[in-house]
Structures are given as C-alpha cells and as structure tokens.
Design a protein around this ligand. Structure first.
Ligand SMILES: NC(=O)c1ccc[n+]([C@@H]2O[C@H](COP(=O)([O-])OP(=O)(O)OC[C@H]3O[C@@H](n4cnc5c(N)ncnc54)[C@H](OP(=O)(O)O)[C@@H]3O)[C@@H](O)[C@H]2O)c1
Length: 362
C-alpha cells in the first residue's frame, strides 16, 4: 500500500469510527420508544466521507434506522457508506428488508457494529455482499452491545428484559430516615436525571412497600412537574393487594400494572410478554435485594447525596451474604456530578451474592 493510500485509509477509518459513535448516540436517544425492536442508530456518509444522513429506529411499525438515514441522504447516498450499530435485516416484518433499501440506494460499503444474532432477521450481510457491497462487521461491537442495544440483546439471549436498578442514598447508604421520611434525599439536578432515565425505559417497577410509604407517581415529568414525552408502564409488585386504588400510581397520567408475580423471574416474564425490554427498578430495598439475589440486575445507577443519617433503611435489604469474600461486586462504568450530588453507574461483576449461590471466588 502506498503512503497516500495508507493515509486515506486511516482517514476513512477515523470518519467511520466517529460516524459509529454518532450512530450509537442516535440509538441511545430513542431508547424506551422502540421495544420490542432494537434501538439502532445509522449514519450515511457520502462517497467523499461527508455525513449526509442520520437515523434511528422509529416506534414499532415505523421505518428502521437505515431507512430513515437513507431518506435524509437521498441521492448523496450513491457510492457512499452506511454505518449502522446492528447488521441490516434481510427479512420482511412490518417493514421491508433494510439490506434491500441499502442496495437500492446505491451504497458501496456498510460498516456494522453488532452482527444480527437472530436467524429470522439474519443474512443481511450476505445479501449485501451478493449485491457487490463491501461489508465490515464488528466495528466498535463491545461499545454498541453495552449501549442502546443491550436491552434488546438481553431479550434475544435470555428472554427477559434488561434491568436497571436506580437508588438514591446518603453517604452512609440510607434511603430513608428513621421516621420513614425519604423526600428528598438528592437535589433537583439528580431528580431531573431520574426523569430522563425513566424516559429511556419501557417500565418502572416498585415494590408495595415503596408504593405505600412514598405514594410515588412514577411518571416522566419536566422541571415544572408536567408529564413530558414517553411515559413508561408503571408497575407495582403487590402480592397481597395492599396498595389502595387511591394511590397516585393509579392516576391517569400513564398506564399501570399491579403484578402479583411471586418472584423477580416471574415478574420479568410477565413484562417480557408485554414487549417490555428495559426495566427501571426504583426500589425499594426489599424488592431490590430480591432482584440482586436472583442475579437479575444488569446495571445500577446510584445517586449519592453528601449527607449522613446514621440510622434508617439501608439502600438494599438482606442479600444472604455473611462474609466479605462473598460480597456482590460491581465495576464502575462512569461517575457524574449531578448538582451537589454524584451519580455512579455500575455493572455487576459477580451476579449472585448469596452464600448458597456464590461461586467461591474472592
Ligand atoms: N431513596 C430511594 O431511592 C428509595 C427508593 C425506593 C424506596 N425507598 C424507601 O424504601 C422504603 C420502603 O422499603 P421496602 O423494602 O418496604 O419497599 P419495597 O421493596 O418497595 O417493598 C417491599 C415489598 O415488596 C413486595 N414484594 C413483591 N415482590 C417481592 C419479591 N419478589 N421479594 C420481596 N418482596 C416483594 C413485598 O410485599 P408483598 O409480599 O405484599 O407483595 C414486600 O414487603 C421506604 O422508606 C421508601 O421511602 C427509597
């Protein structure tokens, strides 16, 4: 390869990598609106490498990301490159095959992060190659798998929704004071972040204890308290039917499900059947402990306030762990200051913490 062609290849790689980053952002921006379909992002680069089209999966029944990006690019897509977070599908569902749309648009190269894992929609790359299009798979795959595609991939691989556990606590890990008061542990900026997080989910879940103590509304609201954007399904797990019909989560601001599911597994199965792919578990400590013991928390979002209570409910109930070596451990994904509070996003590194389940590692 000559110096000039190596240089232009490096420039092409850099452009495609920043287009892939943009495609991941586009997918993340529609999380919570696409289920049961994946939140895919796509960018179309013209033949000279200029971005000319962007798209993300529209709600079910609407066009896929590639089709939206191609429509924006129009004729400028001819001879260009499509950069997509998930392999374009080759099957006709509610919409036509994306592979065919890329062929028809005259795309010359397709760069994909995650190869299609289902047989039903698979074969897109083969169909593109058969039409003479260059296809590269696995570009930025890990980032895409841990990003907006994670809920859908969890659904494909484990037939259950992805679970994000969110909790707000004081420095000493208290979620409520001794007298039961819990509003507001964190400040306005952190609370606004919770509303944005809710909007990325298909369902928000609490236990009956939280519903009875806090009477939360569990809707997505703006700074003035008005309902805004996508409203996830509100779910209360109330096996003994203790939550009254007058509870705020029964108002008409969003749909509500009262579940009698006996276990987290049964609850997730019930939600999966309703096309829920991303769940926000908002507590409380007893229900969160049940999920953690079952190894059913995929991500934790902890809001820590710089305050101390010294007494009061702890952020998680009994996990059945009696010795340090069995501690449930997490790795930190990122840290974010939120006004006067801090957000820590974590992923479990060892799922099941209970003594009877632990794998014996230290
Ligand atoms: N700061 C925060 O982020 C935050 C968030 C939430 C709550 N809180 C605080 O937490 C306190 C409430 O704590 P909590 O532990 O009582 O609330 P919880 O975890 O919301 O509710 C516990 C109840 O959930 C029901 N449940 C349903 N499925 C369950 C399962 N698989 N395993 C275990 N329980 C299940 C049980 O009642 P049934 O058997 O009757 O179904 C149980 O008594 C309040 O003070 C609240 O303010 C704080």
């Amino acid at each position: 390869m000559s110096a000039t062609s190596a240089e232009s290849r490096a420039m092409q790689r850099a452009r495609e990598s920043s287009a892939m980053q943009r495609a991941r952002e586009l997918g993340a921006a529609v999380l919570g609106t696409t289920s049961p379909n994946p939140a895919v992002g796509a960018v179309v680069l013209a033949a000279d490498g200029t971005p000319v089209g962007e798209g993300a999966t529209r709600p079910p029944g609407g066009p896929h990301a590639e089709v939206v990006a191609l429509a924006q690019a129009g004729e400028r897509a001819r001879g260009g490159t499509a950069v997509v977070t998930l392999e374009p599908c080759a099957h006709t569902g509610r919409t036509g095959p994306c592979a065919d749309a890329l062929i028809a648009a005259g795309i010359a190269r397709v760069v994909v992060a995650v190869p299609e894992p289902t047989e039903l929609a698979g074969g897109g790359a083969d169909r593109l190659r058969a039409a003479g299009i260059e296809v590269e798979l696995g570009v930025g795959q890990a980032e895409a798998e841990h990003g907006a595609l994670a809920p859908w991939l969890t659904g494909v691989r484990e037939h259950r929704p992805f679970v994000v556990w969110k909790v707000a606590a004081t420095l000493d890990g208290r979620v409520a004071a001794d007298d039961g008061t819990s509003r507001w542990i964190t400040g306005e900026v952190a609370r606004a972040a919770v509303h944005r997080l809710r909007a990325t989910c298909d369902a928000v879940v609490v236990g009956s204890g939280t519903a009875l103590t806090d009477d939360p509304q569990l809707t997505v609201r703006d700074a003035d308290g008005r309902p805004s954007g996508h409203q996830p399904l509100r779910v209360v797990v109330d096996r003994r039917g203790r939550v009254p019909a007058t509870a705020r989560l029964h108002d008409d601001a969003a749909p509500t499900l009262v579940s009698r599911a006996g276990t987290p597994e049964a609850l997730l199965a019930e939600l999966f059947d309703r096309d829920v792919r991303r769940v926000l578990l908002e507590g409380g400590p007893t229900l969160a402990a049940a999920f953690l013991r079952a190894g059913l928390v995929d991500e934790a979002v902890v809001h820590l306030a710089p305050s101390l209570l010294g007494a009061g409910a702890s952020l998680v109930g009994d996990l059945g762990i009696s010795t340090m070596a069995r501690a449930l451990s997490f790795s930190i994904v990122d840290l974010l200051p939120l006004g006067g509070d801090v957000q820590i996003r974590l992923r479990p590194t060892r799922h099941t913490g209970g003594d009877q389940h632990a794998d014996g590692g230290s």
